[in-house]
Design a protein around this ligand. Structure first.
Ligand code: PTJ
Length: 246
């Protein structure tokens, strides 16, 4: 990894790049993952590299949905595995939800490497290698899922997801929580709950909220409207840009 001094004003952002590059070198992240990361960075700049109030409300709703799920599953791709391996494992343990490796740029080797990478970080229940079921209506590799995992899950947490698969999972009757810095993406629009935030910040917040809500069991979901929340995100970004001293 390239050494970035902690005093660099863009330390956090540069370290994320280093993790993605290391993921590519380890055969975990796809080269296309770099491009996706760059798009995310651009949105994060507009957002102000912090969690927006609307994203916090979405995270609360997501925690409630995941805690009340019968069978939640967390989908992990090459970017997620490179950026937040420990955090997705912690969340998986708190929710009793298995991790399932599910990638768009599918190769058998990459599925195996992501699984081994998560196991090296302490994961004990990583699905995705069987791929013994298919999500109907999708022709690309992300249709390949484990029957005992995503195929029979009622709620899927699918960060940095593909719009097609999000739509297809919803068509199967599942609820989908996504984390995507782009509030205009097809995934954000189709998901049940879209958290428009950076994956590191969002998973950290989700962990805290799952811990809090485990005690209270609120009815946070009743008033949640994803479309309205995405509009709120866009308003908050626009307000920030108007107020910004350029
Ligand atoms: O590992 P694979 O083969 O499954 O490939 C993973 C990528 C991410 C390359 C693949 O799913 C892909 O091409 O995704 P998209 O369609 O580019 O969508 C990724 C979305 O994630 C974009 O809308 C980005 O803005 C967003 N994004 C990128 N980095 C982050 C992010 N959202 C949250 N946190 C990030 N750090």
């Amino acid at each position: 990894m390239f050494r970035i001094p902690k005093t660099h004003p863009r330390y956090k952002s540069l370290m994320k790049r280093e993790k993605i590059v290391a993921g590519i070198e380890a055969g975990i992240t796809s080269k296309q993952g770099l491009i996706a990361h760059g798009r995310g960075e651009a949105f994060d700049y507009l957002i102000g590299e912090r969690t927006l109030p609307a994203a916090m409300r979405a995270t609360e709703a997501a925690a409630a949905l995941l805690l009340t799920a019968r069978k939640p599953v967390i989908s992990v791709n090459g970017n997620v595995a490179a950026l937040v391996p420990e955090k997705v494992i912690e969340l998986s343990e708190l929710l009793n939800a298995p991790l399932e490796v599910n990638i768009f740029y599918w190769t058998e080797a990459r599925v195996r490497k992501i699984k081994e990478h998560l196991e090296r970080h302490g994961a004990t229940n990583v699905l995705g290698a069987k791929a013994d079921a298919r999500i109907p209506g999708i022709e690309h590799a992300r249709a390949r899922v484990d029957y005992e995992g995503i195929y029979t899950a009622d709620v899927v947490l699918a960060p940095l997801e593909d719009g097609d698969r999000c739509k297809a999972l919803i068509a199967m009757g599942k609820k989908v929580v996504t984390i995507d810095l782009n509030p205009l993406s097809r995934t954000s629009k189709h998901a049940t709950v879209s958290i428009v935030d950076d994956i590191e910040r969002a998973v950290k917040n989700l962990i805290s909220m799952v811990k809090e809500q485990k005690k209270v069991k609120g009815a946070l979901l009743e008033d949640y409207d994803n479309e309205a929340n995405l509009k709120e995100v866009i308003n908050e970004i626009a307000e920030r840009l108007q107020d910004e001293d350029l």
